[in-house]
Write a protein that binds this ligand. Structure first.
Ligand code: SAM
Length: 172
């Protein structure tokens, strides 16, 4: 790698696809029970990188958290959920979307076995302390677990969501 050169911003801009419209609507990451705004901002940046949208409940603190966390300073695709998030999730499922939960469960498949998304897919993330609640687990088509070998119980939710987004997008 002695001749390697870090790509410049104009290089990177030329490599990227241009978004045709405001919303990709193929992969939707859904932190439905969020606790920390900083995680939402991190996930929003991954959404831009892989061409995904985010769905979040319309809680008073969330618009500010997203505006603060949107370090790209460009409009991002956010679906606002009014009312109960489990009902929203049930509607997505009834409408034909695949529902993938990112969670450590006794029925989870490993991240390596998760195929690239071939249809509209909602990726459900759990609460930072308590995970995906039972009413959310009941609506999943599949749960995916990111294997860990360290001593911690779990990953940061934004890291877990980003890894799954990359796998579903077929970019890694
Ligand atoms: C910090 S974890 C939840 C806390 C967890 N129940 C515990 O006891 O440590 C927050 C969320 O991140 C995601 N998550 C973290 N690590 C994960 C892993 N290794 N595999 C799949 N999901 C993970 C899940 O969506 C989870 O609900």
């Amino acid at each position: 790698m002695t001749a390697a050169r870090v790509k410049s911003r104009p290089d990177l801009r030329r490599e990227r696809r241009q978004r045709a419209h405001g919303c990709w609507n193929h992969l939707i990451i859904a932190p439905l029970w969020p606790k920390h705004g900083v995680n939402l901002g991190t996930m929003l940046r991954t959404c831009d990188a892989v061409g995904a949208c985010m769905a979040v409940p319309r809680k008073p603190w969330i618009p500010d958290a997203l505006a603060h966390g949107n370090t790209l300073r460009k409009p991002q695709c956010v679906h606002w959920i009014n009312g109960r998030v489990d009902r929203w999730l049930a509607r997505q499922r009834a409408g034909g979307s695949a529902i993938v939960g990112v969670e450590l469960t006794d029925e989870s498949i490993r991240l390596a076995d998760l195929p690239t998304a071939r249809r509209r897919t909602v990726i459900v993330l759990g609460h930072e302390s308590t995970g995906i609640p039972p009413e959310g687990l009941a609506l999943l088509d599949v749960a995916v677990e990111i294997p860990m070998v360290g001593t911690g119980h779990s990953l940061n939710v934004a890291v877990a969501g980003s890894l799954v987004l990359y796998k579903l997008a077929g970019l890694c």
